[in-house]
Design a protein around this ligand. Structure first.
Ligand code: ASP
Length: 594
């Protein structure tokens, strides 16, 4: 139906006849001449109709925004002074000869030819229109380039694309499962995969050697953070590769993709132990674009009278730390109050601070509500350790270690952003040497990565002191976002059982839930490892989008619903009967459905 995309009609075609198809982006009537900006996936072309071509002029006069047209016309150079250097088609216009209306359109729910701040619910309800906007289509096109790049890279490195089941058993990745009731086995449920983890490991036992898949994964978790119940992972697994080899391979992929698609040189990714990330940045995904660092000061506070600091300083699970912000003494009382509220989100009970006005005057030169509680000597020791200068502010966190890390870690990024303290545009790194386990509130242990991650110690050492064991896991972090994570896996049945034991999964449950894995480990399982990237996050960062919803064609809302198709929806009684399901809804909903 067309000879060119609208966006591809350039000056090389001057003098030629073209046929384009697309939407009316904008229509302008310039006293006897009608201009139609025609839009398709590739861009916009300007078409001019003059009254000489009577029939098509009359048709052009009737069309409205978003009508679908086919236009045949002659490409000519734009008159002097009307050239638009910012458009690929800005040097030409098409003199319209024939116009066919392929479809009309109602007035769109929001204009597509200009930026209007439309509520997200409206955008999602009319997603098919929202995606028609060039900035949205461009993101989808970019996403397609990324997946294509990844496939080529993986193929080029000997990785095989293998599909794994969607209807499966629960794989523990730490979230709630989406369940699908079985009709043929009443009372039993499939779980949608939280990741293809166990299947990819089984593929290593099978000899696939190098696997990848661009896989949909499902996690029914709290959507507060920018998460989606279904999301896409670039899932990778390889046999006989060490963690260094896997990291180098994946760094190669991400690095060359940034270079080729964005012309960004990420350089070599530094490796940082988890313990350093937590102590300096309060986070296992530090944003290294901001140079601010958290510094421990507990040892200086242990013997002071002031309990707010001395308590956590003496508590083995506590932490007392300081964050020096260069030039931060300018912050107003109001801003500091806002930061105090901000750290409250992470459970901090307050935010102590010291402004450094004239350090040469000693404590006299410090302005702070807390210096008097610290005493002169301790206050100056802290200033000394932090290497403060006039004009700085120092914030403090004193609480359980977790609270201090989260609060000061988040404050570090917030202040860094507010005061524009970025030192670079891109800051990638690997975080390594994670602990195997973390303690739950009930005193039990849970796997930091997942229960199939290999420890870096022997089975005996693991059994003796699981809380001290480190794992062979690694996370790739970019600009404070975890892009991907993985590990070398346990390929030995005994070690796997020890980990299950530590996690409180007894022998019977091990057999019931993971019998197939333990079996597979008995039949010659090669050493293997892998990782998975969050594709949505990766594309979000690469396109500068504000949320992963912006790079997913049909995302769910924060309450995990699809407002376009109205999913999830009710099902009829017959379907429920077939599945042997009786609803037991909470009261208010019961009334509604009656
Ligand atoms: N299955 C892991 C995840 O989804 C990734 C991996 O260990 O390969 O986070």
């Amino acid at each position: 139906m067309r000879s060119q995309y609208c966006g591809q009609v350039t000056e090389e075609l001057i003098g030629q006849e073209v046929t384009i198809c697309g939407w009316v982006h904008r229509r302008r009537d310039h006293g006897g001449v009608i201009f139609l900006d025609m839009r398709d996936r590739e861009g916009i072309a300007q078409v001019v109709f003059d009254p000489d071509t009577e029939e098509s002029f009359a048709a052009a006069d009737r069309v409205r925004s978003e009508y679908v047209l086919q236009i045949k016309g002659l490409v000519r150079g734009r008159p002097e002074g009307t050239i638009n250097e910012n458009m690929t088609t800005g040097k030409i216009e098409i003199l319209g000869k024939e116009l066919v209306v392929l479809n009309s359109a109602e007035t769109p729910p929001f204009p597509l030819d200009e930026f209007v701040d439309v509520g997200e619910d409206t955008r999602l309800k009319y997603r098919f229109m929202d995606l028609r906007r060039p900035e949205m289509l461009n993101k989808l096109m970019f996403r397609s380039k990324v997946t294509n790049y990844i496939r080529n890279y993986m193929d080029g490195n000997g990785f095989m694309d293998v599909e794994t089941p969607i209807l499966t058993r629960a794989t523990p990745e730490g979230a709630r499962d989406y369940l699908v009731p079985s009709r043929t086995q009443p009372g039993n449920f499939f779980a949608l995969p939280q990741s293809p983890q166990l299947f990819k490991q089984l593929l290593m036992v099978s000899g696939v050697d190098r696997y990848y898949q661009i896989a949909k994964c499902f996690r029914d978790e709290d959507l507060r953070a920018d998460r989606q119940p279904e999301f896409t992972q670039v899932d990778v697994e390889a046999s006989y590769m060490s963690e260094e080899e896997i990291m180098a391979n994946m760094e190669g992929m991400v690095g060359s993709m940034f270079k080729d698609l964005l012309d960004v040189d990420l350089g070599e990714f530094p490796k940082m132990p988890y313990s350093e990330a937590m102590s300096k940045y309060g986070s296992d995904k530090p944003d290294l674009r901001i140079s601010l660092e958290i510094v421990d000061v507990a040892d200086l506070m242990e013997s002071i009278e002031f309990k707010v600091f001395a308590g956590p300083a003496k508590d083995p699970k506590g932490r007392v730390a300081a964050l020096k912000v260069d030039g931060g003494a300018e912050l107003s009382r109001k801003q500091i109050d806002e930061y105090t509220k901000f750290v409250g989100i992470y459970g901090a009970k307050g935010l102590a601070w010291i402004k450094v006005n004239e350090i040469e005057k000693g404590v006299e030169g410090l302005q702070s509500p807390i210096v008097k509680f610290l005493g002169e000597e301790v206050a100056m020791q802290i200033m000394d350790r932090l290497g403060v200068k006039n004009g700085d502010i120092v914030f403090f966190g004193a609480d359980k270690e977790k609270v201090v890390n989260e609060a000061l870690g988040a404050l570090r990024c917030k202040v860094g952003e507010d005061l524009n303290m970025f030192t670079t545009e891109w800051a990638p790194l690997w975080v390594v040497d994670f602990p195997m386990f973390e303690e739950l509130d009930d005193g039990g242990l849970t796997a930091i990565h997942h229960p199939f991650t290999a420890p870096s110690c022997s089975p005996a050492e693991l059994r003796d002191a699981p809380e001290k064991a480190l794992s062979r896991a690694y996370d790739m972090v970019l600009n404070g976002t975890e892009l991907g994570g993985g590990s070398i896996r346990i390929h030995d049945g005994e070690m796997q059982s020890i980990v299950f034991d530590i996690l409180g999964i007894d022998a019977e449950e091990q057999q019931e839930k993971f019998g197939f894995l333990l079996d597979a480990l008995k039949f010659g399982c090669p050493p293997h490892g892998g990782l998975a990237f969050g594709l949505d996050r990766l594309v979000m960062l690469m396109t500068g989008a504000s949320s992963i919803r912006e790079v997913i064609a049909f995302p769910k809302t924060q309450s995990a619903t699809d407002v376009l198709t109205k999913a999830p929806g009710e099902v009829d009684k017959k379907q429920l009967r077939e599945l042997s399901i009786k609803l037991n809804l909470p009261e208010p909903q019961k009334e509604e459905s009656n």
